[in-house]
Design a protein around this ligand. Structure first.
Ligand SMILES: Cc1cc2nc3c(=O)[nH]c(=O)nc-3n(C[C@H](O)[C@H](O)[C@H](O)COP(=O)(O)O)c2cc1C
Length: 399
């Protein structure tokens, strides 16, 4: 990477960290009158206690594929005060992993560990969800802290699959072009994995259809140059996602929420444009998908585009209006005030708060307390919060 680009990226990274830490005291100021955010609501008949959800965030901490003690603690903490926690991208098969440390859900032996995660999330009052993923041509990598390098089979990697034999980038392996048999097999694996997820107790199942992973790579003309029924026209490129949604919906319980994360735009010429995603979302809605989680990018790298708080809300708004489907907004929604204004202006049904939840997991609880939603504050913490909020002279507290 050229040094100037590296410096610019470093500058952007520092700026984001600054935004996360400097704009708020640990008791945020603007939490009064937050109606839309903290009220309970129903999505396809399922009740969620509020509209702030935790989006999937990979931990790359599962060397055996199963959730560990780290995941249990992590997800139980993130569940405090949030409406739903969507557990990180979990591979539907070992070939579908991004790294050797991904969570996997392809066998009953993994159920007890997933059940413990579900239990922790549910006890904290949030609805347990999970994102299911096939990494496609972006698989067989080392984790970010091991350099994000392509892993050969000798190094513990595995042969990867994609719609066409086109590598994602310079330091990526060329995927094997999927046969029709491979395509059908991955759909079956998604279904088997989703059924295991249901058995573990997950109530929201999100398909990872973005960020250049397999589903996205079949949707995008940048990565899909197939000439059969899964490539070429827009309808053909959507066929996999539509078939997947249909097959999943018919295999899952009626009360399981099926969601899709999309990269709503590819941010490159001739890639997926917002109108395509609106049309696809309409098709997915017809197949019974209840929520589109509106992200972007990931089909090429790097994308030289400056982001700003709420930069993807426009996609959520366009899909909600254009496709008539519930949406989640995600991406630099770091404050409760921005979340509330997005909901108030009906640009999304759900706010996904990622890095803020990860780095500052009690943020939502503090906001909820200030707004008077004490039921979102765990009982053992309430006394501490109430004391801080009392507008009286503090005497030496009797703790
Ligand atoms: C540590 C980390 C891991 C992530 N892992 C995933 C993932 O597993 N699946 C996914 O779709 N997005 C993943 N993302 C993207 C987030 O879900 C989210 O879309 C992104 O961080 C933007 O939201 P934010 O600005 O609120 O953090 C990850 C992001 C982070 C920071």
């Amino acid at each position: 990477m050229p040094p100037a680009l590296k410096r610019w990226l470093m500058h952007l990274r520092r700026k984001s960290l600054y935004m996360l830490t400097s704009s708020e005291n640990w008791l945020p100021s603007g939490s009064n009158g937050l109606k839309s955010l903290f009220e309970g609501f129903q999505l396809q008949g399922k009740y969620f206690r509020n509209r702030v959800w935790v989006p999937p965030m990979c931990q790359y901490a599962a060397p055996q594929g199963a959730p560990t003690a780290w995941h249990e603690r992590h997800y139980a903490t993130l569940a405090i005060s949030s409406g739903c926690v969507v557990v990180e991208a979990t591979a539907i098969s070992s070939v579908g992993r991004v790294t050797p440390e991904d969570l996997v859900l392809d066998d009953v032996s993994l159920l007890p560990a997933h059940q413990r995660l579900v239990d922790g999330i549910r006890r904290a009052g949030a609805v347990p969800g999970i994102q299911l993923c096939h990494a496609g041509r972006k698989g067989s990598r080392s984790s970010p802290w091991r350099g994000d390098l392509s892993l050969s089979v000798k190094e513990g990697g595995w042969p990867i699959l994609g719609p066409s034999a086109i590598a994602f980038g310079e330091n990526y392996a060329v995927p094997g072009e999927m046969t029709l048999g491979d395509i059908q097999q991955t759909i079956r694996q998604f279904v088997e994995s989703a059924q295991l997820a249901e058995r573990a107790g997950y109530e929201v199942i999100e398909v990872h259809g973005g960020h250049g992973r397999l589903v996205h790579s079949l949707l995008s003309p940048i990565s899909n140059l197939r000439t059969d029924s899964y490539g070429g026209s827009f309808e053909n490129r959507c066929l996999y996602a539509v078939e997947l949604a249909r097959t999943l919906r018919s295999a899952l319980r009626a009360d399981t929420i099926l969601a899709f994360r999309l990269s709503c735009v590819d941010w490159v010429n001739n890639g997926i444009a917002l109108e395509d995603s609106v049309q696809l979302s309409r098709l997915l809605g017809i197949e019974g998908v209840a929520l589109i989680d509106c992200s972007s990018g990931g089909i090429v790298s790097p994308i030289l585009k400056k982001t700003h708080p709420g930069y993807q809300v426009q996609f959520s708004n366009a899909i909600k209006v254009g496709a008539g489907i519930a949406t989640a907004a995600v991406g630099e929604i770091f404050t409760i005030e921005l979340s509330e204004s997005i909901l108030e202006s009906a640009q999304a049904d759900v706010i996904m708060m990622g890095r803020r939840s990860l780095i500052d997991p009690t943020y939502l609880m503090r906001c909820a307390a200030l707004a008077g939603y004490w039921d979102l504050v765990p009982l053992p913490y309430r006394r501490a919060m109430e004391r801080l909020l009392r507008a009286e002279i503090q005497l030496v507290p009797e703790l």
